[in-house]
Ligand binder design. Structure first.
Ligand code: NAD
Length: 504
């Protein structure tokens, strides 16, 4: 099978103008600058391999400049000292600007990342705007407590009065992956800025364009210079420099588990606060009493949405044996009908993976699985002019010890296993180093509630999967990470709790 991808151009005037710049400098303090070394990196369109533009190939020296700019803004600038209402207005304005630039941002994201344009247009870019809107509200709800103590020491005529304050942690380094660049960036920037922190953002090297455009929009929204700095470049250079930098107070990292471990080790030098949103291998459990049509459609969407490049993708399927054939054949039928194509083609359902390299990695998992005895019910092929497309794939006859079952593939590849009972499904679902998300499909309320309680994961969906909202905490247990993003508590990632105890 071959896949001809006609070249596609941005059609939105603002996206055309942005791309026409060719070189996209990074943001340090008030200035858009190249790397001090003068080096640039190219970013390419995944579907075709065409060069889209260049951004600075920054190094540790540039990372240091960005940290200094953020430190100066934090210690001497007015951002932490602004009233919550003032900060909230700027974040709210940022949400509005993102929405006003929705089509432009969706096109840029598609060209840089490859995703079908409707994914950005209807899910991720509005999701990014909602993060700013939600945390604009949270900026005004940062509260300490008054604390009744049992301290005996009370000089005559005086009393002990104790309370807590929540204060911004300081300079935050936010490191972001390439699968959903803008919304994952917003999930860090919105709460960090709402808390009054100053930020150095390090986008992924495959997808830096929308982060740079977002930087412009945030300045337009009124963010003071230095509060957000964007330093582009390689993860093992710039990311590693930020993780180890003594001037960074907090690292907020989203990415793979191995890199998360490296970030954690590097952060140990000055004992930075660390939150980690890492990999997943999320199970989908289908019981025989489920609405099977809904389960089939839901399980297919859980693995094929965004071409499987979703941290919480439903990549392991456990189906009761009574309905196994119907469910996996139904998902395979959907897979066969999905239209592969360029992300800017409005009819495309499956775009390329983010890069030829990532497609090679995913394809190796499929080939190794087949060599080890698995069977591809559908898919398995690698296509496209840049070899960057992977057919939606369903693997059966898999064993729990296979790499395709144990490891995160991060592509449109589902591994399906029949089970004889809910107990067996739970045991297999929980037999993973990961614990990011899971779903269960059943009409039985008791099965649903028991399963939700016993699945070892940060999120459990019942009769749905991939349901996100700025108000819903998301994050992992086990090796899927530390902490949560989104939701009210996420702002605490960027706050320190201070105790004040007074004799007055
Ligand atoms: P990655 O770990 O390779 O890279 C993530 C980011 O870290 C990039 O910006 C990269 O440049 C940087 N980086 C690389 N090496 C570094 C180092 N030594 N020190 C500091 N930074 C470094 O991940 P990826 O391949 O870009 O993204 C895919 C991964 O992200 C998957 O594992 C996916 O599950 C995970 N992810 C998790 C969530 C979540 O919320 N849990 C969300 C999205 C993606």
């Amino acid at each position: 099978m071959t896949l001809d991808i006609p070249g596609r151009q941005a059609s939105h005037q603002a996206a055309i103008e942005f791309l026409a710049r060719g070189d996209h400098p990074m943001l340090l303090g008030a200035d858009w600058v190249p790397a001090r070394s003068g080096k640039w990196m190219e970013t390419t369109e995944p579907a075709t391999g065409a060069v889209l533009g260049r951004f600075p190939d920054a190094d540790a020296c540039d990372a240091d400049r960005a940290v200094q700019a953020a430190r100066t803004a934090f210690e001497q600038g007015n951002w932490p000292a602004m009233t919550p209402s003032q900060r909230a207005r700027i974040l709210w304005r940022a949400a509005e600007l993102i929405e006003q630039h929705l089509d432009e941002l969706a096109e840029l994201e598609t060209l840089d990342q490859g995703k079908p344009v409707w994914v950005g247009r209807y899910a991720e870019i509005p999701g990014a705007a909602e993060q700013f809107r939600f945390f604009a509200g949270q900026a005004q709800r940062i509260e300490g407590n008054t604390v009744p103590t049992s301290i005996n020491y009370q000089p005559a005529g005086k009393q002990v009065f104790a309370y807590t304050l929540k204060q911004p942690v300081g300079v935050v380094a936010a490191i972001v992956p390439w699968n959903s660049p803008l919304v994952l960036t917003a999930m860090k920037l919105a709460p960090a800025l709402a808390a009054g922190c100053c930020v150095v953002l390090k986008p992924a090297e495959d997808t830096s364009l929308t982060a740079l455009r977002l930087g412009e929009l945030l300045l337009q929204a009124g963010l003071p210079a230095g509060v957000l700095n964007i330093v582009t470049g390689r993860g093992d250079v710039v990311g590693a420099a930020l993780a180890a930098h003594p001037g960074v107070d907090k690292i907020s990292f989203t990415g793979s588990t191995p890199v998360g471990r490296a970030v954690l080790a590097a952060a140990g030098g000055n004992l930075k606060r660390v939150t980690l949103e890492l990999g997943g291998k999320s199970p989908v459990i289908v019981m025989p009493d489920a609405d099977l049509d809904a389960a089939i459609a839901g399980a297919a969407n859980a693995i094929f949405f965004n071409t499987g490049q979703v941290c919480v993708a439903g990549s392991r399927l456990y189906v009761h044996r009574e309905v196994f054939d119907r469910v996996v054949n139904g998902i395979a039928d959907i897979a066969r009908g999905l239209k592969l194509g360029h992300g800017l083609d409005a009819t495309t359902q499956i775009g390329p993976l983010v890069s030829r390299r990532q497609a090679g990695r995913v394809h190796r998992y499929v080939q190794d699985a087949i060599a080890a005895g698995a069977r591809a019910l559908v898919g398995g092929g690698r296509l496209g002019p840049n070899d960057s497309f992977i057919e939606p794939t369903v693997l059966v006859d898999v064993r729990p010890d296979m790499a395709c079952v144990k490891e995160e593939i991060f592509g449109p590849v589902l591994v399906a296993t029949p089970v004889d009972s809910l107990e067996e499904a739970l045991a297999l679902a929980n037999d993973s180093d990961y614990g990011l998300a899971a779903s269960v499909w059943t009409r039985d309320l008791s099965t649903a509630q028991r399963t939700a309680a016993r699945l070892k994961s940060g999120t459990v969906w019942i009769n749905c999967h991939l349901m996100f909202d700025a108000s819903l905490p998301i994050g992992g247990v086990k090796q899927s990470g530390w902490g949560r993003e989104s939701g009210q508590a996420a702002i605490d990632n960027y706050l320190e709790l201070k105790t004040v105890c007074a004799v007055v």
